[in-house]
Design a protein around this ligand. Sequence first.
Ligand SMILES: NC(=O)c1ccc[n+]([C@@H]2O[C@H](COP(=O)([O-])OP(=O)(O)OC[C@H]3O[C@@H](n4cnc5c(N)ncnc54)[C@H](OP(=O)(O)O)[C@@H]3O)[C@@H](O)[C@H]2O)c1
Length: 237
Amino acid sequence: MKRVIIAGASSGIGRELACLYARAGNRTGITGRRIELLEELKTEFPLNILVKQHDITSENGIQKLDELVSELGGLDIIIISSGWGKQNPGLTPEIEKLTNDTNVRGYSDTAVWAYKYFAGQKSGHIACISSIAGIRGIDVCPSYSASKAYQINHLEALRRKAKKEKKNIIVTTIIPGFVDTVMAQGDFIFWKSPVEKAAKQIYNALEKRRKIVYITKRWRLIAWLLKILPGFLQERV
Ligand SMILES: NC(=O)c1ccc[n+]([C@@H]2O[C@H](COP(=O)([O-])OP(=O)(O)OC[C@H]3O[C@@H](n4cnc5c(N)ncnc54)[C@H](OP(=O)(O)O)[C@@H]3O)[C@@H](O)[C@H]2O)c1
């Protein structure tokens, strides 16, 4: 039995992951702003799920996580699925700000809090759902793609830090392509994975303590192509 926090479990990938962890008998703390959705999920697994309303961008976000850890009786793994993004071709400042507040500041506060907690107990597992959008800058969603690149680099830095400090902290970077949730909207969507399939692949990768995982597996090839694509070709896509 593990003690798990899934940040951003009120819908989408986080919700599916919460079902998998709770069904497997783990003590599963779920967070998000939409408390009614979290409470609804708890009714399916009343013995294994604990609910905490938590806005990852708020000043007292860390305090809420501390409270949840106390209620869980400790923490073995945190999965950060909280995220926000929207196409923003008009560069609306509010969209840029909300994206950065959620995916950069909120993510970073949470990941750093988790690293310090796990460093104190000398073991633990941090995972975050970044995105294939973080591999290169995307013209229609500048902040979203940049924020996901931030997560990929920040997680790599934490992984290296743990190794250097000889801490038994696993850091998993999850890089999905398109997954069938409210977030996967737009014209250029393909290979959209059912959310149940994506969550199951993430769950299996976390059980294997993988460092980097593409969801679904074929997105590894797209990531590789994106990385080697020269800038002048990238600008034509
Ligand atoms: N779907 C895709 O194709 C896809 C592809 C690549 C990466 N991703 C990433 O996967 C993650 C999960 O997204 P999803 O597709 O499952 O979409 P989703 O259904 O919209 O889930 C997003 C989750 O994040 C939470 N969240 C958003 N803002 C928050 C805040 N300020 N504080 C706390 N929680 C917040 C939401 O909860 P509340 O609204 O209740 O707060 C919700 O539970 C995101 O990081 C997304 O960028 C998705």
